[in-house]
Ligand binder design. Structure first.
Ligand code: DMJ
Length: 529
């Protein structure tokens, strides 16, 4: 199958030429560290191996990563990227370990080596959340916490894209800290919305002032909205759903025009940038999860027309001009339109979405294939290439393409007792896994809500037992430590780098490369990197 060949061409090239670096450089056939120094592409691609049915390589890589990856490193890492790619990738592989034929610990899925790795990585991100507001810093040193000179400016997605991974960690391990800090950040962000119900692009996490006041659904914001919806579904949490629905009303009111979504000033609602960004193409998929199919279909058609015009989605597309935007003509092999096609095909059965899949396959093969991988397209107008293959190409783009053409895949859910798509796990086989469908994190790593529910119940039982035992043994009046609480505000000093210590530039909010201050159609976005 062509999608499998695409995967293995890129994957084997990474292993042969780039491992243990984070990414493959497909033009020079070598590797480079980008988001950290933790073999990022291999972690990100691990669950795709299983999605493609390769159990033996899944097992080999799972143990290779346990032996080779060390998060105790003096690296300044993006809190957002490390969470969605590393923590998300490891959690997903952990939850799929049963189907992957790995040797399982007796307590799995509530314990296991990949879960411990995910927890180790996530614990190193926690200092970023120790702020008076609860809004996290964008960058943290994995060994030493947040630098005293760290910028307090973070993008919206960098604050609001943790609840899926962190609640999974909390419910599997029984340590509430992760879910607490993610929720605290979401609630704090909610409190900063404007009078007309919108949030901007970059916020100062100390003053809670909006530094970039453009409201939209794309770069710097996108996965915040995605996590409100998916968090609501995964945790059955009405608070998150209500937050999203209120945002959605404002977005529909102020930013939607002819089923495009523009950027507007968050306080006034006036259009600041009539631009479609490739990152926005996740939106029709999200709408389909909410049941808003008509609108999802129309918006998808708009975005697909841009794909057809260029054979890919340029990073920015000026809607009035019907053309690319200066310096934003690239297509770094992003997954979002294919992701939406997968959801919409699942919801409608319409073959338009398969056609997009075919178009994507053809384009990527034709434009970006090199002797050792697939290269980001620097400019869709002349097909110049960049020497970079982002890890999301194997984690997301290829995975969503494969799942689009395999509607019976177990990850599409629909499992019911008897059809063999569910499995047992947990102490005494009390967990029924995979029967309630999977939720994909924003890096396409599937998470299983049933495991959260099952381990959460076990953790609760264990906690109640501990409380009873402690209550019996403690003298009256002494407090019960119980589960960890959300960190108290104002602790950033304790996790700070000492003066003079090494600090590399922060890598925060990279969802869209706001690499410099730049002006598009009169609107200035501020870069925090
Ligand atoms: C991925 O890392 C994630 O999907 C993120 O939410 C947005 N950017 C890339 C893919 O385009």
């Amino acid at each position: 199958m062509r999608i499998k060949s695409m995967f293995y061409h890129a994957y084997n090239s990474y292993l042969d030429n780039a491992f243990p670096y984070d990414e493959l450089r497909p033009l020079t056939c070598d590797g480079q560290d980008t988001w950290g120094s933790f073999s990022l592409t291999l972690i990100d691609a691990l669950d795709t191996l299983l999605v493609l049915g390769n159990q033996t390589e899944f097992q080999r890589v799972a143990s290779l990563l346990q032996d080779t990856v060390d998060f105790d490193i003096d690296v300044n890492a993006s809190v957002f990227e490390t969470n969605i790619r590393v923590v998300g990738g490891l959690l997903s592989a952990h939850l799929l370990a049963g189907r992957g034929g790995m040797d399982l610990e007796p307590g799995w899925p509530c314990s296991g080596p990949l879960l411990r790795m995910a927890e180790d990585a996530a614990r190193r991100l926690l200092p970023a959340f120790q702020t008076p507001s609860g809004l996290p810093y964008g960058t943290v040193n994995l060994q030493r916490g947040v630098s005293p000179t760290e910028t307090p400016v973070t993008c919206t997605a960098g604050v609001g894209t943790f609840i899926l991974e962190f609640s999974t960690l909390s419910r599997l391990t029984g340590d509430q800290t992760f879910e607490n800090v993610a929720l605290r950040a979401l609630r704090a962000l909610w409190g900063t919305r404007s009078d007309i119900g919108l949030v901007g692009n970059h916020i100062d996490i100390l003053s809670k002032k909006w530094v970039a006041q453009d409201a939209g659904i794309g770069a710097g914001v996108d996965s915040y909205f995605e996590y409100l919806v998916k968090g609501a579904i995964m945790l059955q949490d009405e608070e998150l759903l209500n937050m999203f629905l209120e945002f959605d009303r404002a977005l529909q009111n102020y930013t939607r025009f002819d089923d495009w979504y523009l950027w507007v000033q968050m306080h006034k609602g006036t259009v600041s940038m009539p631009v479609f960004q490739s990152l926005e193409a996740f939106w029709p998929g999200l709408q389909s999860l909410l049941g808003n199919l008509d609108s999802a279909v129309r918006t998808f058609q708009n975005y697909y027309s841009v794909w057809r015009q260029f054979g890919g989605l340029p990073e920015f597309y000026s809607i009035p001009q019907g053309y690319t935007v200066d310096k934003r003509e690239g297509y770094p092999l992003r997954p979002e339109l294919i992701e939406s096609a997968m959801y919409l095909f699942r919801a409608t059965g319409d073959h338009t979405y398969l056609q997009l899949g075919l178009d994507a396959l053809e384009s990527i093969e034709k434009i970006s294939k090199t002797p050792c991988g697939y290269a980001s397209v620097k400019d869709l107008r002349d097909h110049q290439l960049d020497n970079r293959m982002e890890s999301f190409f194997l984690a997301e783009t290829v995975k969503y393409l494969y799942l689009l053409f395999d509607p019976a895949h177990f990850l599409h859910g629909g499992g019911a007792e008897g059809d063999g798509s569910w499995e047992e796990g947990g102490e005494g086989g009390r967990c029924v896994l995979g029967a309630g469908g999977f939720i994909f994190n924003t890096e396409a790593h599937p998470l299983d809500p049933a495991a959260l529910y099952c381990c959460g119940r076990h953790a609760q039982d264990r906690q109640e037992l501990r409380d009873v035992l402690l209550g019996l043994s403690e003298p009256k009046g002494q407090s019960n430590p119980g589960r960890a609480e959300a960190p108290p505000p104002g602790q950033s000093e304790s996790i700070a780098l000492k003066p003079g210590e090494r600090k590399t530039p922060p890598l925060s909010c990279p969802v869209q490369p706001f690499r410099a201050r730049f002006s598009v159609l009169g609107q200035v976005f501020t870069d925090s990197t």
